[in-house]
Design a protein around this ligand. Structure first.
Ligand code: UDP
Ligand code: GLC
Length: 401
């Protein structure tokens, strides 16, 4: 796999390396989801010994190695079969495998000061491993623990482990922190830390991007909008398709693949394009790593999640490249966007609202540019990787104190 287009700048050295804990990062997924891309930047800049343990082989393992991060894979057997919607019985059946995985991880954890879990399943195994190895555990919560994202059992188990085993919980947004508290999580453990970005990567000269993309799409000077999220029902790409029916000139670039078992949804999207007669105007490009260039090539970036987005990296990335964003008014989006100032917010799933917002920006290029420029300025100030890493370093130092 070619990862040359992923931002790969020099590591940023933060603080005094001797006081930064040695961290064992754990993530269940080897795919390149947002939580994994967030961890990629953290681990590759961590200024002391660190290692990333995954529960599977895959592209995330490859890009970590390419960035010279020490990465290993442990097999967790049945423990990997539980998921967001598993029932209590499923978790109980996975119990023995989970304990075996925890013992394997604990052996590695003995060489580190801290276990840092980056995903839900990794947190359960990581919390048990940390207890066995007598190390503190931090959970980076990239999700919103509500019924729209997780079943009852998953929420109860997460909260139990967070309250009893985690020293600190890093929430990816205020929305994620609020849901954690509402689900019964111990609020005193929470630090809200947004994702950090290599802002320079998005500041390159991308002025050629639009012409090149239009040439490839053969869409001439037609209005062009883009979606850059993985294909999953809750990401709501179908809402954009429905809106497109009412925007007869507009082309849509859909970048992203079904990463976490949502292949059926991807097929549904393809059929819907046929049914709605949109084949000439909708372009599916699958998973890509040249996101900044592609975003810079479209007129507007659409974020269409129908459930609250925990954070939403794609929106920050679009802002950093200077494209105007229309996003769903829920979850972390409310922290990233002030409506009409640095983006537009529409009701999740509201096709008419989305059409109106797209038309508003298409008919007012001056206003659209003003919004994008303001967003670019603010996002550079808010989401620089070095400041965010500094915060995480402080959280980890607090956890080992
Ligand atoms: N992304 C990518 N290639 C794609 C689609 C998405 O590299 O084809 C990246 C995107 O740039 C972003 C991340 O995947 O950094 C998605 O993160 P986000 O927080 O938006 O959503 P998630 O998928 O984590 O829920
Ligand atoms: C998760 C969330 C996404 C967030 C990302 C990084 O994948 O779905 O909203 O941006 O983690 O925190």
């Amino acid at each position: 796999m070619n990862s040359s287009t992923l931002p790969n700048p020099q590591p940023i050295v933060i603080g005094d390396a001797h006081r930064v804990p040695r961290v064992l990062f754990v993530d269940q997924s080897a795919d390149l989801g947002g939580a994994e891309l967030c961890l990629l930047d953290i681990a590759s800049a961590w200024p002391n010994q660190c290692q990333v343990v995954l529960f599977d082989h895959g592209p995330f393992e490859t890009v970590l190695s390419e960035r010279s991060v020490d990465v290993s894979v442990i097999s967790v057997g049945r423990a990997s079969r539980t998921g967001r919607d598993s029932k209590l019985g499923g978790y109980l059946q996975a119990g023995p495998a989970t304990m075996r995985a925890a013992f394997k991880l604990a052996n590695i954890a003995r060489n580190f000061d801290l276990v840092y879990a980056n995903s839900q399943k990794a947190f359960i195994v990581g919390a048990l491993a940390a207890r066995i190895a007598r190390k503190p555990c931090v959970w980076h919560l990239h999700d919103i623990l509500t019924a729209s994202h997780f079943g009852w059992a998953a929420r109860r188990i997460d909260i139990y482990f967070a309250n009893s085993h985690a020293r600190q919980v890093v929430a990816s947004s205020e929305a994620s922190a609020a849901a954690f508290r509402e689900a019964g999580g111990d609020g005193s453990k929470i630090d809200v830390v947004y994702n950090g970005f290599h802002t320079q990567h998005f500041q390159r000269d991308l002025s050629h991007a639009s012409a090149e993309l239009r040439r490839e799409l053969k869409c001439g000077a037609a209005p062009l909008i883009g979606s850059f999220s993985r294909l999953a029902r809750w990401k709501g790409q179908h809402v954009i398709l429905d809106a497109l029916v009412h925007l007869p000139e507009t082309h849509l670039l859909v970048v992203g693949a079904p990463l976490f078992g949502e292949e059926d949804y991807a097929k549904e999207l393809l059929s819907r394009v046929q049914e709605l007669g949109l084949s000439d105007r909708v372009h599916f490009w699958g998973f890509r790593q040249d996101i900044a260039t592609l975003m810079a090539g479209v007129d507007i970036v659409i974020h269409s999640s129908i459930s609250p987005e925990p954070f939403g990296r794609v929106v920050v990335e679009a802002m950093l490249v200077g494209r105007p964003v229309i996003a769903s008014d829920a979850g972390g989006m409310r922290e990233l966007i002030t409506h009409n100032e640095n983006g537009l917010l529409t009701e999740p799933g509201d096709v008419a609202g989305l059409c109106a917002a797209i038309e508003l920006l298409q008919k007012n290029p001056g206003r659209s540019q003003e919004i994008a420029q303001r967003a670019q300025l603010i996002s550079r100030q808010r989401f620089g990787l070095d400041a965010i890493l500094d915060r995480l370093q402080q959280v980890c130092a607090k956890a080992v104190a």
